[in-house]
Design a protein around this ligand. Structure first.
Ligand code: ZN
Length: 207
């Protein structure tokens, strides 16, 4: 099963990709090429169906991941009453309406309630949800909810700002419109000072 390599995948990609290029998916991509008027037999396209299938599976690998898988045992007992934020977490996802990429940054913050999470895990939690077909609004909620579930903190705040290729290269063709979504819970929702601090930190630098 694990030995159907696509010629030009790098060793690094292969090592992290548990999926095999799916022949059925590749066949659909080949058909897609035909339907847009291409010749899948021409030299430049011969390997494209297998590449696209492998790429799509990698870009949607979040379906096979649980938050607990990526967090592991990186939860620590710690008394810390102040806000913890990791900002500018790069994210790449695909919109479920057009299957086109959207990309941008996530700013994730929480105020602990006796438990903290290893900082490097926050980007991984974002990726669990980004690597699927998504709408930005739901992804934002999912990241906030996941942190609430695993940390039971005093509150969580997530802001995601992203550019959607479906807006930029088709439809309204707006190149500079950034979509910003937020999800807050606990003290981030109930205490305006906390929410203010969060939003100020999230937008420091102006994004
Ligand atoms: Zn879209």
């Amino acid at each position: 099963m694990s030995s159907t390599p696509v010629a030009d995948r790098s060793a690094k990609e292969s090592a992290t990709d548990v999926h095999v290029p799916d022949e059925e998916l590749a066949a659909l991509v080949k058909r897609q090429l035909e339907l847009i008027g291409e010749n899948p037999g021409r030299e430049g396209l011969v390997k494209t169906p297998a590449r696209v299938a492998a790429s799509l599976k990698w870009l949607t690998r979040g379906y096979d991941l649980e938050v607990s898988d990526v967090v592991g045992d990186a939860i620590f007992e710690e008394q810390h009453d102040n806000m913890i934020m990791v900002r500018d977490i790069e994210l790449y996802s695909m919109c479920e309406h057009h299957m086109l990429p959207f990309f941008g940054k996530a700013h994730v913050a929480y105020i602990p309630n006796g438990r903290i999470i290893g900082l490097s895990k926050l980007p991984r939690v974002v990726d669990v949800f980004a690597r699927r077909l998504q709408v930005q609004e739901r992804m934002t909620e999912q990241v906030a909810q996941a942190l609430t579930d695993i940390l039971q903190p005093r509150g969580v705040g997530v802001v995601i700002e992203a550019y959607h290729l479906c807006m930029m290269m088709r439809g309204v063709q707006k190149q500079n419109s950034k979509t910003i979504t937020s999800a807050v819970s606990g003290v981030f929702r109930d205490d305006y000072k906390t929410r203010d601090e969060f939003l100020r930190l999230a937008h420091y630098n102006g994004g």
